[in-house]
Structure formats: structure tokens, C-alpha cells
Ligand binder design. Sequence first.
Ligand SMILES: Nc1ncnc2c1ncn2[C@@H]1O[C@H](COP(=O)(O)OP(=O)(O)O)[C@@H](O)[C@H]1O
Ligand SMILES: [Mg+2]
Length: 162
Amino acid sequence: MSDRRIEAHSMTNSEEETIALGRSLGESLCGGEIILISGDLGAGKTRLVQGIAQGLGTDDNPRSPTFVLVNRHIGRLVLHHCDLYRLNSVAEVGELGLLELAEQGDVLAVEWSDRGEGVFPSDSLSVRMERGAEDNNRSISFAGGGPVSLRLVNAMNLVAKR
Ligand SMILES: Nc1ncnc2c1ncn2[C@@H]1O[C@H](COP(=O)(O)OP(=O)(O)O)[C@@H](O)[C@H]1O
Ligand SMILES: [Mg+2]
């Protein structure tokens, strides 16, 4: 994400706040968007996806996919939730056929998206999650690479809280 301008930044102080942030993102989705989420283990990536699923009106509660690489949740739109942690090469990521899912109008939320560097289109929403000073602080940065992802950043109406 280093070559992208950070468009919005938020700090959450509990998992509920991160889920709420995800929910507002989920409510803004129209279909076809790709959300790339990076950050260490425990950064809160799956919590954010749980919020996105809520915002799309699914009854499911996404968990980190373990045995399968992609989980599907059906709400107002179809959400494909993937975790690339266990993949070893960018070629493997390409073989998952994720882009086709977005092209057909589904939403893609990708944890450990840095494992698939170069596979995803530039107009994806990049979300970078990091631990903050306190145990429950998370710093969450959003960057858009084109009109679709920038619209999302704006729709979320984030106020920079530092
Ligand atoms: N502000 C916060 N946002 C998200 N999770 C938080 C926050 N503060 C503490 N946590 C905890 O951090 C963990 C995040 O887990 P998870 O979402 O599975 O992370 P990841 O998918 O990045 O590995 C959970 O145990 C959650 O309770
Ligand atoms: Mg996870």
C-alpha cells in the first residue's frame, strides 16, 4: 500500500468499534468491490469482515476460514471471504478465480491480501490494520486506488481520529 495515498484513518478502541466500522463499510457496498485487508495475526481483520457481513445483512458470522480458502455469505449481496495466509505463491492466489467473483458483482473481502500482491486490480480498497498503544487499540487505514474504492472511503464518512 506504500505507493497509495492514505485516504482515511480511524482508531478503534474495542472489537465492537471495529465491527461497527465494518458494518458501515458493508452498508455502502454496491457489488463488485474488492476489499484487501492486511495486518498481523490478531489485528482485527476477521472482526472487520464480521462487520462487513452485518452491513450486508447476512445472518452468518464469518470466522477465519481454516480448511477452505474462501467462505461465502449471502446477504443483500454475496460476500466471499478469503484468507490467503496459508498460500505460498502469488500464482496460487491467481488460481483461486477470485477476480471472476467480483466481476460477476459479488463482494470480495481478502485477509492477508499481501500474499496476493499484483493479483488484485488497483481499484481495490486497501485496509491496513495495526495494533495501537493499548491492548484494544487498533489503527485502521483505508486507501482507495480508483473511483470505486474511493467512493467507499467517502461513503464511510470517516473522521480522522488520532
Ligand atoms: N479494537 C479492536 N478491534 C478488533 N479486534 C480487537 C480490538 N481490540 C481487541 N481485539 C481483539 O483482537 C482479536 C482480533 O481477532 P481477529 O479479528 O480474528 O484478527 P485477525 O483476523 O486479524 O487475525 C480478537 O480477539 C479481538 O477481541
Ligand atoms: Mg483472521
